[in-house]
Design a protein around this ligand. Structure first.
Ligand code: ATP
Ligand code: MG
Length: 341
């Protein structure tokens, strides 16, 4: 995968570690750093291996308050199909066994004790049954939005997985967006390996540029692209597409003007991601982008109608999450000034 070639190779090496036990990897990185793409590349490779069964989920911020939302994404279809799980193959007339995440009619009513203990036991039984048929790969994207009960299951699994032919790989976004910080903090140390996706190097930007533009760009262009974006994959990719669409020669002359051609789809992509960073970040980022330069808190307060502490908290969160870059602001400005808005 160009742009993340080095990291993808490192991940391949970890996953190819000989031995029958569990391998667990946490892929960490900021917004748009390439976590999902790295995860997808692993899944695509694993799906080609007939001896590996793949189950995957993507935690949804709208479901982080639901019980077992991620677990259900992982196993629901498998359990419904029934053939390979303890929940299928029942004899005609026998009662259906409830899936592990379903409330137990006859069990203790306290969901934090009896119900969850039974669910964790059943989920572990399901996992051991699945690995008895071959290697199982469990992948969870956007772990930062996982519900509490699924995180508890993940910790339960990782604590007991050492000898199982299991791969657990999860992608975790930045701290600002974590809906369940305590549960995440407890799960993170249980992963054997961590892969952190930092800013792309000049070399990585160069290889991505070659792929997008169809030719190797001049080094000054590559450096300008990396400097303007901090090496953020989402932004680098957008600037390269913008440069290509501009029809101008990609040379040293274009380098200082590289953020003039941000594509129209970057603004919505940036705003969607900014929304989850912290309260009021969207309004604050839009005001900063439209006003241009470095507007004072007083001006931002007047323009947004927010209070001073709200603006300050949102602005700090945006800086921490690296959203105050020129292309991000240019993209938001473009989204604002587009007539269809
Ligand atoms: N190999 C690639 N070549 C070019 N662009 C890519 C590549 N992989 C990803 N991108 C671009 O980078 C963006 C960010 O990648 P990705 O979605 O994998 O990051 P992420 O860290 O999962 O982002 P998020 O924080 O939104 O979950 C993609 O939307 C795509 O535009
Ligand atoms: Mg992602």
């Amino acid at each position: 995968m160009s742009g993340r070639h080095r990291e993808s190779k490192a991940l391949e090496r970890v996953l190819a570690t000989p031995g029958g036990g569990c391998v667990s990897v946490l892929v960490q990185g900021g917004w748009g750093s390439g976590k999902t793409s790295v995860l997808r590349a692993v899944l695509a490779g694993a799906r080609e291996d007939a001896a590996t069964r793949v189950v995957s989920a993507s935690a949804d911020p709208l479901e982080c308050g639901l019980r077992y939302a991620v677990v259900r994404q992982l196993f629901e279809r498998l359990v419904a199909d029934g053939a390979d799980s303890p929940y299928g193959g029942r004899t005609p007339g026998s009662a259906r066994r409830p899936a592990p995440w379903e409330p137990r009619p006859s069990g203790p009513s306290d969901p934090m004790t009896g119900q969850d203990a039974a669910a964790l036991r059943d989920l572990h039984q399901l996992a051991t049954q699945l690995v008895s048929q071959g290697r199982l790969l469990v992948a969870v994207d956007d772990l930062q939005w996982s519900d509490t009960t699924s995180l508890r299951w993940l910790r339960h699994l990782l604590h007991r997985a050492d000898d199982l032919p299991l791969v657990v790989i999860a992608a975790l976004g930045p701290e600002d967006a974590r809906s369940n910080s305590a549960g995440i903090a407890a799960a993170v140390p249980l992963f054997q390996h961590r892969l952190t996706l930092g800013g792309l190097s000049d070399e990585a930007v160069g290889s991505l540029a070659e792929e997008v533009l169809g030719e190797a760009p001049e080094p000054s262009f590559t450096t300008a692209c990396r400097n303007a974006t901090g090496g953020n994959l989402l932004l680098v990719d957008a600037l390269l597409r913008g440069a290509r669409a501009s029809g101008r020669p990609v040379d040293a002359d274009l380098a200082p003007r590289i953020t003039e051609f941000v594509p129209a789809d970057l603004g919505p992509a940036v705003l969607t991601r900014i929304e989850g960073v912290a309260p009021h970040t969207t309004a604050t980022a839009e005001a900063v982008a439209v006003l241009g330069g470095s507007p004072t808190v007083d001006l931002l307060t007047a323009v947004t109608g927010l209070t001073q502490p709200q603006v300050e908290d949102a602005a700090h969160a945006l800086v921490r999450a690296n959203w105050r870059s020129t292309p991000a602001s240019a993209a938001i400005r473009r989204a604002w000034t587009t007539p269809s808005r």
